[in-house]
Ligand binder design. Structure first.
Ligand SMILES: [Mn+2]
Length: 241
């Protein structure tokens, strides 16, 4: 009972469903809420938008800012689940994946690349540093990553950093099953992520742009890093976490 008030025993679980995604994926968000209730996690679906709006790309990057903020606030664990991910009732507690000396947990797709739609983080100085480095890359275009690691929104940077990190643990694709992952026969996924819904979503940005064009385009939109700081203030005022 002498626990520091700055430290939250509870796991913080969240999703981001701006721009009407909360209506489209209501069944998914409901499944998150039920899962959180069952396992005693604090859950927030960030569904509001600031008056200036928020783009899909910035919503994706916002999760990095919120993860880092929640770690700094002292939640023991943070669990991010994409708005289009459905959690089945029989999914065990996410803490069941925890192993010593690993602090970030993600599944990989059949390409061998991490999918950042489901991320579990144990709070530790090293996991905080990982997300600090990730957030600092918000203004670095995808284009600067090796071709095999480029991906939508922030996912390419997650892949690039995670592949080279010793604190990241690959977990079963049961935790993030989508059309790009494979399960063994008789295996049933815990989380069904966007299957079939986004078959024709763009896989990477800047494919048709030259390096210079991509860089200029990014610079002309202003610093995403500072925009994210501003967005984070908005979401911290609107939601208590
Ligand atoms: Mn998704």
């Amino acid at each position: 009972m002498t626990q520091s008030p700055e430290f939250h025993e509870q796991t913080f679980m969240f999703s981001i469903a701006t721009n009407g995604y909360d209506m489209i994926f209501k069944h998914c968000l409901d499944s998150h809420q039920n899962y959180a209730l069952k396992h005693g996690y604090k859950y927030i679906a960030f569904t509001k938008s600031p008056v200036d709006g928020i783009s899909g790309t910035n919503s994706a990057w916002l999760k990095v800012a919120i993860i880092l903020r929640a770690l700094k606030k002292g939640y023991r664990n943070v669990f991010f689940v994409d708005a289009d991910a459905l959690i089945h009732d029989f999914a065990p507690s996410i803490e069941s994946v925890l192993i010593p000396d690993k602090f970030i947990y993600m599944s990989i797709e059949s390409s061998g690349n991490f999918n950042s739609g489901v991320i579990f983080i144990a709070n530790e100085q090293r996991s905080q540093s990982f997300f600090e480095s990730l957030l600092l890359r918000a203004d670095i275009p995808n284009f600067m990553l090796p071709k095999s690691e480029r991906n939508l929104y922030e996912n390419g940077h997650v892949i690039n950093l995670a592949k080279r990190s010793s604190i990241v643990q690959i977990i079963s694709p049961k935790w993030n099953y989508n059309y790009n992952t494979l399960l063994k026969e008789n295996e049933k996924e815990y989380i069904l992520h966007g299957r079939g819904m986004w078959l024709d979503k763009p896989r990477s940005q800047g494919k048709t742009m030259t390096f210079t064009q991509a860089l200029l385009s990014r610079l002309m939109q202003g610093s995403r890093y500072f925009l994210l700081k501003k967005l984070l203030r908005f979401y911290e005022l609107e939601y208590q976490f």
